[in-house]
Design a protein around this ligand. Structure first.
Ligand code: GDP
Length: 456
């Protein structure tokens, strides 16, 4: 599990080391904490009410000539803050905000690392004025702590937790920037024209690797370079050939029901699934079932109406199928619908272009800042309900995965959140963050109350 790193920053004597010692306790591992060795940074395994993280203390240069401090401080602190997932900025609540605090604050605002502000030495009620003054830093809500007396630790816990949990959830997945060959599967009812389409695609393209033993028994994948007319670039496509799509299927096979196994195998393999419809037959119930299966498995879906060369009443047919899809696939609106002719080849380039486009959306990662700005807006515009008079609190969101884009929302009482509210969030996210018509995953995580935990 990736571990989050917290950098404690602040001017000399605000209590950084005291706080560091409190968080790290005896677990501090000081490699070169020998007299005479100038340590600019201490690191250790921190723990606070069950949260675990790595802590960096940027103290250690405090015995130096104060005149040299700002420069040294900047270099040391900069390195630590850039490395950290969150900067814990300490000020001295009794002394109030000094010009050096303000200088550090200005610099922290220009950095990308999130910052939380704690007003230290605020034991008892002392330091409330100093805490309020710290609002001037423009770095969010300062909270009061006393590192020495162990006060305000729950507030510290609450402030740190989002940053630490977000990091724990972040997947260390390899993300190939170009995505590699597009893994494509073509599914549909018998006689929709799948074999014809595949033959046409392959017949017009240069095959770069011959049929190779593939993925599962009875299926092979074929890779070739598609010449994208939109960019004039060659793009690699790897197609799964389920049960010999390229062979002319026997007549008896055609009478059988669509092989459930074939569809399953294709979905397992593919990034993007093309559901091929037969324009001469329109949309049938089984097509909707296959489409739902693709979406439920979290794959990107494109629907193509084949035999468009012989379609009658083309525009009425298209609109009718479009409307039936919107109604039949209530879980995902706006799935791309295209028309092709496997016989003439018309529309095949558009189909492949659409497949690459949805894969891009399916692989998209939303920046943490953008995601949380959207989230705050969405929750403010339409706050979650308050069943039994108690409001459900949604605190923050993090994207844990791509392909398909998957998100976790942390909050309290989330088990009572109605699915209609989840749908609202998903729709709003899809619209505002340009995620497109790909399946999204959203799950909720309840935050534990640290007080409750402690009394157990
Ligand atoms: P599969 O079972 O989905 O693989 O379907 P086939 O590729 O075997 O095609 C079934 C029938 O539809 C064959 O007779 C094809 O010639 C015909 N067909 C396939 N694509 C087209 C098309 O685009 N236009 C027309 N007019 N006929 C097509």
């Amino acid at each position: 599990m990736p571990q989050a790193t917290v950098a404690i920053v602040g001017r000399p004597n605000v209590g950084k080391s005291t706080l560091f010692n409190r968080l790290v306790g005896k677990r501090v591992a000081l490699v070169d904490d020998r007299p005479g060795v100038t340590r600019d940074r201490r690191e250790g395994e921190g723990e606070l009410l069950g949260l675990q993280f790595r802590v960096m203390d940027t103290a250690g240069f405090e015995d130096e000539d104060p005149k040299s401090l700002p420069g040294r401080m900047r270099a040391q602190t900069e390195a630590a803050v850039r490395e950290a997932d969150v900067a814990l900025f300490l000020i001295d609540a009794r002394e109030g905000l000094t010009s050096m605090d303000e200088e550090i604050g200005r610099w922290l605002r220009s950095e990308d690392t999130p910052v939380i502000v704690a007003a230290n030495k605020a034991e008892g009620r002392g330091g409330e004025a100093g805490r309020l003054e710290a609002y001037k830093l423009g770095l969010g809500d300062p909270f009061a702590i006393s590192a020495e007396h162990g006060e305000g630790l729950v507030d510290l816990f609450e402030a740190l937790r989002p940053h630490i949990e977000r990091e724990e959830f972040a997947e260390t997945e390899e993300e190939d920037p170009d995505g590699g060959p597009l893994k494509l599967a073509i599914v549909g009812r018998p006689n929709a024209g799948k074999s014809t389409l595949v033959n046409k695609m392959l017949g017009e393209e240069r095959m770069i690797t011959g049929p190779e033993a593939g993925i599962t028994r009875d299926s092979i994948s074929i890779e070739w370079l598609w010449n994208d007319p939109a960019t004039t670039e060659e793009r690699a496509v790897r197609l799964i050939d389920t049960a010999g799509l390229r062979k002319r299927a026997k007549v008896e096979d055609k009478l059988e029901k669509l092989s459930v196994m074939d569809t399953k195998r294709a979905i397992d393999f593919a990034e993007v699934v093309v559901l091929l419809l037969d324009a001469t037959r329109g949309l049938e119930v089984q097509d909707l079932k296959i489409a739902s299966q693709v979406i439920d498995e979290g794959r990107a879906l494109v629907i193509a109406m084949n035999k468009w060369d012989v379609a009658e009443g083309a525009s009425a047919l298209f609109n009718g199928v479009k409307a039936a899809l919107e109604e039949g696939l209530s879980q995902l609106k706006g799935v791309p619908l295209l028309t092709v002719s496997a016989i003439t080849g018309k529309g095949i380039d558009q189909l492949l272009g659409a497949a690459f486009d949805v894969r891009e959306q399916w692989s998209r990662r939303i920046g943490t800042g953008e995601l949380n700005r959207w989230f705050e807006r969405a929750v403010e515009t339409n706050p979650p309900p308050a069943p039994g008079g108690k409001r459900i609190k949604l605190r923050y969101i993090t994207q844990v995965k791509t392909r398909p884009p998957s998100f976790v929302i942390f909050g309290s009482r989330v088990d009572q959140l109605p699915t209609s509210y989840e749908r609202y969030l998903l729709n709003s996210m899809r619209r505002d963050l340009g995620l497109g018509p790909v399946p999204l995953r959203l799950s909720m995580r309840a935050q534990k109350n640290p007080y409750v935990d402690q009394t157990k």
